[in-house]
Every structure is written in C-alpha cells, then in structure tokens.
Design a protein around this ligand. Structure first.
Ligand SMILES: Cc1cc2nc3c(=O)[nH]c(=O)nc-3n(C[C@H](O)[C@H](O)[C@H](O)COP(=O)(O)OP(=O)(O)OC[C@H]3O[C@@H](n4cnc5c(N)ncnc54)[C@H](O)[C@@H]3O)c2cc1C
Length: 497
C-alpha cells in the first residue's frame, strides 16, 4: 500500500443529482477526510435498451447545475466515462479511499448486479461502502406493516444541509489531474433536444410555479392530455433523477396545504408523492417484475408478437387518433400525463394483444422521467396482469371525447387530421368515400386505417383476462401479493391527505 496517498471519502452520485437534502453527501462531509464527488457514465448503461440520449442529456445538465454551485468551493463533480470498478481502480492510484457514500438504488437488474460486484470489490479493497435510504424506500422489507409510518416519519424529518468544511472538497486542479487518466468526458449536451432541462435550479422553477399558481387546477385537468401539461407539477424527471428529494417537495407542499386549510389539489398531489415510494418499494421487494408478471398466474398467458403492430404503436400510426397523438407527443417531448400513459399500455396489451414486456423499453426510452420502480409495476397494472387491480381496458374514443373534446391535443400531434370536421378528427375511420372526397382527405394515405378491429379485440381481451382472474393460481397469488404489499395504516394517517 502506498502510504503517501491521501485518505479521502468519495460520494458516488447516481439518481441523487443534487447537493441539498442529500444524505450521502451529508454523511461524507461529516467525516474529517476530504471528499471527492464522482458521476460515472457507464457504457453498459448508456447502451442498455431502456435508456436514451435524452436521459444522458438530462444527467449532464444536472451535473452542470451542480458544478455551477460548486464553483465557489473550487471543486466540481469528477464525471468520467468508465465502468464503475475500473473507475475506482484508477482512483485508487491517486487516493487511499476510506469510504464511499451513495444512495440505495432500486434499479434494473443490470444496476443491481453492478452493485453486487461493487460491494464485493469494496470488501476486497478494504473500502467501506455506505448506502443511504432513498426517498423513504426501505431495503430488505418482508411486508408493509410499518411502512407508511416509517415513510411519513422520514418525510417529516429535518433535511440534510450542504455544509462542507473549509477546504474539505478535492480541488478543481486536483480533479483535472485525475481526469486525465479517463477517456475524455465532457458535459456538452445536445442542444437540439428539446426536453425539460435537467438540474435543481430548473426543478425549483417548476416546483415554485406549481405551488404559486398551477396547482389550482391540478385535479380538474389531471386526465386531460393537453391541459395537464401545465396544471400538473411536471416534477417527475427532477424526482426520478434526484434533482430534488421527495422530502423537499413534500415539506413544501404540506406547509402550503396547511396554510390553505387542506387544499384538495395539494392533498391529491401529496398522495402521489407517496405513491412514488409505494411503487418503488413494491419493485424493491419484487425485482423479478422487470421481466415477469408479479402474479405468477399470468405467466401462462402467451401472446404472439407482431412487429407490424409494435412499430405502428411506437411511431403513432395505429389509425386511432388519441393513441397516435399521445405516442407522437411522448416521443417528441418525453412527457405524457398518467391517463394517456395508461391508455397507451392498455391499447398495446389489450387491443393489439401484445406482451407487456414488448412495451417496456420503448416507453422507458421516451419517458424522460424513466424510474424503473414505477415503470414496471405501472405497466403490469395497466396490462391487467397483477390480479389485484381492477381490469381497465381504455377506450381511445371515450377518452378522446371526454378529455380532448375540442381535439386540441389531437390536432397538435396529428396535424393531418386538423382540417377535418371535429367528429371525424375523433373518428376518421367513419368517413365515407363521399366524406373523404368532400374533405380532400384519403384514409390509408393521409392517415392510417385502424390497424385492428377495436371492438372485436377488446371483447377477446376482456373475455380472456376476466376468465384468468378466476384461475386458482391467479387467486392464490393475489393473496400472496396483498399480504406482502398492502400498506397497513394503523393510525389512519392516510386519511389526512
Ligand atoms: C405505464 C406508466 C408508466 C409510468 N412510468 C413512470 C416513470 O417511469 N416515472 C415516473 O415518475 N412516473 C411514471 N408514471 C406515473 C405518472 O404517470 C407520472 O409520474 C406523472 O404523469 C408525472 O407527471 P407530474 O410530475 O406532473 O406528476 P404529478 O401529478 O404532479 O405528481 C407528482 C409526482 O408524484 C409521482 N407520481 C405521480 N403519479 C404517480 C403514479 N401514478 N405512480 C407513482 N408515482 C406517481 C411522480 O414522482 C410525480 O412527479 C407512469 C405511469 C404509467 C401509467
């Protein structure tokens, strides 16, 4: 061992890209050693089928934002292109690493395995790896008996402050020296990508405008594809990548709700902050959900894959206007409200009768807020393969008439329909040859014919799935799932939302 090397601590940033209320950073700063912050851009993740350029762009913007704030401490995050273990091997040539601090990650199988290898690496290299609880999601739980009380307590606890001691952070000059051994990494982002911009500063702009004004129509517009874009918080990418902690948002929302004597919009918003952890907790306790239905009774359901259907769905060319508008909007902007996300999954798994596993990577790639712990459980729930939730087969037409009555959203994303009379925008497939001639529009040329008979397919899916609900294995699995994941609320705290 080279004793000339300085002993330091490292904060390994993952999906916690912020300085405030960051327990990993706070724990590192509590020690007497100097501290280095690192972010590792892992090729294995960059090329993973669930990720997309838009995610890496968001991460880079988040790191730039952190670096801006770190300037006054003469430091920055060491951002490197490397796998994690080679990265630490390099770092050990410069420093003696005492401890690594990070947050527990409820991620994909690939990150779970990487963390297992890293844990072993730390043990072999006499490095102590401390992982903090992330947003109230607990590791190693067998049931949810005290889950809500613990989550609630965590949300009310004092936040961690970013308070480095004088000269405690490894300097920019030292970081520059270390960086030379890594493949060139810069935080240059692709400016042509027009998504919500990453970083804590932007996160708080969204949060503040929501708390000041936008929340006032939160519940009124929550199901509407166009209006919800401004009346919901739009905090999901900032929460997913950790630009803000749930606790910071929760405490701000709770204070405002109390000030406004129990505002129902804020109450509904706060419930969703809890759902965030609830879903991630479920995934933490059932990690096989990435590839298989949580309810084993559904493993016998075999669906054949149609490449044609899948492609039409992915590019928004199914011939069903609200489905196509939703997908095109998502592909382009990275955001869609909850109901339209659910409808897209329902359309794919019920109407096109495709396995939900075929939907996961396209959706995760295009959701800027991709969060594995919400993504997989939600997709399975909307596919109707949990057994414990109501089976909902969304009707694109009903949703279009109810939530986009003037077709503002459809016209924006399917401009080829914009000049048609409103009834045909909702249902272009009802046009007769004369209607088409009159409107100078040709179904099949200007806009696709419906790729399936929706009524017939809906009935088939409904019959099969309702029948399966009665299957003994589905039922016994329901019992197991409910026993493991139902939240006990002994003190009726959930009612106070
Ligand atoms: C198939 C499907 C996949 C989804 N995948 C993701 C995902 O990868 N990442 C993600 O953050 N959300 C996901 N959601 C949940 C939800 O659609 C989004 O969180 C929400 O639309 C984000 O908008 P917002 O930030 O304006 O939310 P708001 O309504 O303002 O809610 C505030 C926060 O609460 C959390 N939240 C809201 N709704 C839910 C919910 N139903 N379940 C769990 N947490 C919720 C989010 O963190 C959100 O930012 C998915 C929903 C479906 C149906």
């Amino acid at each position: 061992m080279n004793t000339n090397k300085e002993t330091i601590n490292i904060v390994w940033l993952k999906r916690d890209l912020r300085l405030d209320d960051n327990e990993a950073i706070s724990n590192a700063l509590a020690s007497d050693h100097r501290v280095l912050f690192i972010y590792v851009f892992e090729a294995s993740l960059e090329t993973d089928k669930h990720y997309n350029e838009r995610h890496w762009n968001f991460i880079k913007q988040s790191l730039e934002n952190i670096n801006d704030r770190l300037k006054k401490y003469n430091t920055q995050v060491l951002s490197v292109n490397s796998e994690v273990i080679p990265c630490f091997n390099h770092l050990q040539n410069f420093f003696q690493i005492d401890r690594v601090f990070s947050h527990q990650e409820t991620g994909l199988l690939i990150t779970y395995n990487r963390d297992k290898y890293f844990n072993r690496y730390c043990k072999n290299n006499a490095i102590n790896w401390s992982e903090s609880t992330n947003n109230g999601v607990l590791r190693g739980l067998l049931n949810r008996d005290d889950w809500f009380e613990n989550w609630n307590r965590y949300m009310h606890e004092e936040q961690f402050c970013f308070q480095p001691k004088t000269k405690q952070l490894i300097t920019i000059e030292e970081i520059a020296k270390v960086a030379t051994v890594f493949k060139d990494t810069n935080l240059k982002t692709i400016t042509s990508l027009v998504f919500q911009k990453g970083g804590t500063t932007t996160a708080w702009k969204y949060a503040n405008s929501f708390f000041e004004e936008r929340h006032k129509s939160y519940l009124f517009n929550i199901s509407k594809p166009e209006k919800s874009r401004t009346s919901s918080s739009r905090l999901s990418p900032y929460i997913a990548w950790g630009n803000v902690s749930i606790r910071e948002v929760f405490q701000k929302a709770t204070a405002l709700k109390n000030e406004k004597k129990g505002d129902k919009h804020l109450g509904a918003f706060i419930s969703r902050l809890r759902w965030q952890a609830h879903f991630i907790q479920k995934f933490e306790m059932e990690h096989t959900m990435e590839n298989a239905s949580i309810n084993k009774g559904y493993h016998k359901l075999k669906k054949s894959i149609s490449k044609t259907y899948k492609t039409a769905w992915e590019i928004g060319e199914t011939g069903f206007p609200l489905v196509d508008a939703s997908m095109r909007c998502l592909n382009k902007t990275g955001f869609l409200n909850f109901r339209m996300r659910a409808m897209l999954v329902s359309f794919f798994t019920h109407i096109l009768w495709q396995p939900w596993q075929e939907a996961t990577s396209h959706l995760s790639k295009v959701f800027l807020d991709f969060e594995p712990g919400i993504h997989f459980p939600q997709i399975q729930m909307q596919a109707g393969e949990t057994g414990i939730n109501n089976l909902r087969i969304y009707s694109p037409l009903k949703n279009s008439l109810e939530h986009d009555e003037n077709a503002v959203f459809i016209k924006k994303w399917c401009p080829e329909l914009a000049d048609l009379p409103i009834n045909f925008i909702h249902e272009p497939y009802l046009m007769t040859p004369l209607d088409m001639q009159f409107n100078n529009f040709e179904l099949g040329i200007d806009y696709p014919n419906p790729i399936v008979d929706i009524k017939e397919n809906r009935k088939k899916a409904s019959d099969i799935l309702w029948n399966l609900k009665k299957n003994p294995q589905v039922r016994s699995e329901n019992f197991r799932i409910l026993k493991k994941h139902t939240i006990t609320d002994r003190n009726n705290l959930l009612r106070s939302d």
